[in-house]
Ligand binder design. Structure first.
Ligand SMILES: [Zn+2]
Length: 56
């Protein structure tokens, strides 16, 4: 999963009841719905652990 801005690696970041994807390079945070169409299998698998969380 790559950052759209800098091509850095995105990691799943959980805070309270929210889940974001954050770039390890430029630190930009993406909401799930922003990158939903680009989710790869690895990231999707991680997000499946958070199915009870509301994606705002
Ligand atoms: Zn980035």
């Amino acid at each position: 999963m790559k950052c759209r801005k800098c091509n850095g690696e995105l990691v799943v970041k959980r805070s309270c009841r929210r889940v974001r994807l954050q770039c390890t390079s430029c630190k930009h945070e993406y909401q799930i719905h922003e990158v939903a169409s680009d989710l790869d299998e690895k990231t999707s698998a991680i997000l499946e652990q958070y199915t009870t969380i509301i994606y705002d």
